[in-house]
Design a protein around this ligand. Structure first.
Ligand SMILES: [Zn+2]
Length: 247
């Protein structure tokens, strides 16, 4: 665990495989699912909004295609960069905390063991049992115990900047291509209505997919995604038509 978080050279011992390998918990999906849903949602909404906004001002296929394509490329890159930078700062923070723990364990092993015991006591163990558990876990893997039980970090939720960046860029691109393809295939006179309907349908599917993957209720998640996506498109279309009138 601490190797996954603090890096291979942090001198962490090997850990036993997860007790739930036959029944992995959904929480372990958090790092890539969050990036995937955010990438997908952003991809659909921002590209569809750009297309609807430009089509409101100038519905020519060339203008729509250039705007949609540029929006997809720019969005995917900025999403990846944003995810990489933000998740890297989370990884830095986690790594710094683990290094501080390692130092505290070297400087004051008794105090750290007592601190661990206090954590288990707070969780409901008797003072005697808590001290025994702290002693045995300290002997087995002191740093692992503190990382897990004091810092609350687990391998499944460790910050993985590259995974987050690639996941969000790929999902952004895949989902951004939905309104773009709809715009290309739509007759010039109904680009906006075709893109809006396709996008709302895709958002509903994404909301349901995200709820399914996250083990959440389908309807609230779907309504939430469709509402905010629809609102974003409406605002951009209004701005685009204002520009259309002005130009
Ligand atoms: Zn500690």
């Amino acid at each position: 665990m601490c190797a996954a978080i603090a890096g291979a050279n942090a001198g962490c011992p090997e850990l036993a495989p997860s007790a739930h390998s036959d029944d992995p918990h959904l929480i372990e999906r958090v790092s890539w699912l969050r990036a995937a849903v955010m990438g997908a949602n952003d991809g659909i909404v921002s590209t569809a909004s750009i297309i609807v906004g430009v089509a409101a001002a100038d519905p020519s296929p060339r203008a729509v295609l250039i705007a949609g394509g540029a929006g997809l490329a720019a969005g995917a890159m900025s999403m990846a960069a944003g995810e990489y930078v933000s998740v890297s700062s989370q990884a830095d923070l986690e790594g710094a905390d683990i290094a501080r723990e390692q130092q505290a364990l070297q400087e004051d092993p008794e105090g750290e063991e007592a601190e661990l015991g206090a954590i288990y006591e707070e969780r409901g163990l008797s003072a005697e049992t808590a001290a025994l558990v702290a002693r045995e876990l300290t002997q087995h893997d002191a740093l692992g115990a503190h990382v897990r039980d004091e810092l609350g970090l687990s391998e499944g939720q460790a910050a993985r900047p590259l995974l987050a960046a690639v996941t969000s860029a790929v999902t952004f691109s895949i989902f951004a291509s939905i309104p773009l393809i709809a715009a290309v295939l739509a007759p010039q006179t109904s680009v906006i209505s075709v893109v809006v309907l396709t996008t709302l349908f895709a958002l509903a599917a994404l909301g349901a997919l995200g709820a399914q993957a996250g083990g959440a209720a389908l309807l609230p998640a779907t309504v939430r995604v469709v509402f905010w996506g629809g609102l974003a498109m409406a605002v951009t279309a209004a701005v685009g038509s204002l520009f259309g009138v002005a130009v």
